[in-house]
Design a protein around this ligand. Structure first.
Ligand SMILES: [Mn+2]
Length: 326
């Protein structure tokens, strides 16, 4: 169990907090930001939630009070000068803040990292990292539960629920256990509607996103061993579909949904780089596989982003490297 008393202590000593998360935020990152924002409010602190990316359209409903801002050098310069602490959520590498990285490097305030990813970089003064937790949202839940002065409420229950729900693949990944369900049961007391929340996150996509999914599925391939399946999305496909980058979130899972397949891979060509996402079954450590290519992540979900590589050059190398994990 993380030392939450110490975390509260650190929070109590500071007054103005920047809250941020990783590029292309998911519901765990955004939900954790909103929930920690509520905690800071309960502690009587000032905060701004500032992200390098926009909030994906299907997650905007979580930000009920419009608290999340997109980083703008001019607008936020003063905040970086004046605030005395920063909280990093769902990331443990500072470069995952992309456009904000240089501002954080110059930042004079205290840095606090709260996360559940492996292999932290330790860029912060205070690290509260627990790989055994399903999500950063679950860590925030534990923080709320450990301290009598903090309360679960209607406002923080929704973002925490969304964080846990999405990072556990709707309560099915390996860290879904009875303890987690007990926590979720407490959240549900705050009038949450699981059906509606799921619908908003996963069943109200733009049509262009589903067209793109169709294109991606069209490229699905399987290696000779029949244990690795992969899909490819090029910039051209993305542009033609009219979908946006964040729409691709979760596509990789389709590569894993074939009988006998142990590793699913998505090759996604971005404007300036190539993103490779890995998913695996059982105890196949795709975080190790991702590390071979400069990335990282969790045992069953990992990824990397490569610059200055060509898809056709790297793809065979990745597939070859993957075979030895199966
Ligand atoms: Mn997460």
């Amino acid at each position: 169990m993380l030392d939450f008393k110490k975390l509260i202590n650190v929070l109590e000593k500071k007054n103005k907090f920047i809250i941020t998360c990783h590029v292309n935020p998911d519901a765990d990152a955004l939900g954790s930001e909103l929930a920690i924002g509520d905690i800071l409010e309960q502690l009587g602190k000032e905060f701004r939630i500032i992200n390098t990316s926009n909030t994906p359209y299907n997650l905007k409903f979580l930000d009920v009070d419009n608290k999340i801002e997109r980083f703008d050098k001019e607008i936020h310069k003063k905040v970086f000068e004046e605030f005395d602490a920063a909280i990093f959520l769902d990331l443990n590498f500072i470069n995952r803040t992309v456009r904000m990285e240089e501002f954080f490097k110059d930042f004079k305030g205290t840095k606090i990292c709260i996360d559940h990813h492996t292999k932290p970089e330790n860029f912060a003064e205070y690290n509260f990292i627990d790989e055994s937790e399903s999500s950063t949202g679950e860590i925030i839940f534990d923080l709320l539960s450990c301290c009598d002065s903090l309360k679960l409420n209607k406002k923080n229950a929704l973002p925490i629920y969304a964080a846990i729900m999405t990072d556990t693949g709707s309560f099915r990944f390996s860290k879904t256990n009875s303890a987690l369900h007990k926590k979720v049961a407490k959240l549900l007391k705050y009038d949450l509607n699981p059906e509606k929340i799921y619908d908003k996150i996963y069943e109200q996509y733009e049509f262009s996103r589903n067209k793109l999914l169709g294109e991606a599925l069209h490229t699905i391939s399987i290696t000779e061993s029949k244990k690795i399946s992969y899909m490819t999305i090029t910039q051209e496909t993305l542009k033609k579909s009219g979908a946006i980058e964040s729409d691709v979130d979760g596509f990789v899972n389709f590569a894993l949904a074939t009988k006998g397949v142990k590793i699913g891979i998505l090759f996604f060509e971005l404007k300036d780089s190539l993103k490779i996402s890995f998913r695996s079954k059982d105890d196949i450590p795709v975080n190790k596989l991702a590390e071979e290519f400069g990335g990282g992540g969790h045992l069953n979900a990992a990824g990397t982003r490569l610059f200055n590589v060509k898809l056709q050059d790297i793809q065979p190398k990745v597939l070859f490297a993957s075979e030895k994990y199966c």
